[in-house]
Design a protein. Structure first.
Length: 93
């Protein structure tokens, strides 16, 4: 079951939509802030964009937590062999 979970991809449309929406929002943010912040718009937008794009990148990393870091097949094979060995010791055929 874990293999299926690991190999199930997150739909690309979800990631694309999130990235596009955030890009459009960040590009239009200065238009909304310039009248009230003046020259402070530039550093404000930079900090907000840096924060939100960082959160987006963290979200992409969390979507695939096992990305080439854990191979489940050898772990599952070892557990299977241990279980078979334990069952043979308790119930010899």
């Amino acid at each position: 079951r874990c293999e299926r979970l690991v190999h199930t991809p997150v739909p690309r449309e979800y990631a694309r939509h999130t990235s596009r929406f955030l890009s459009v929002w960040i590009f239009t943010l200065p238009l909304a802030l310039v009248s009230s912040l003046g020259w402070w718009t530039v550093p404000s937008v930079y900090i907000i964009a840096w924060s939100l794009l960082g959160i987006l990148e963290i979200g992409h990393s969390l979507e695939d937590p096992f990305r080439r870091s854990i191979e489940l097949t050898p772990i599952c094979d070892a557990i299977s062999m241990d279980c078979e060995r334990a069952l043979q010791l308790e119930y010899p055929v």
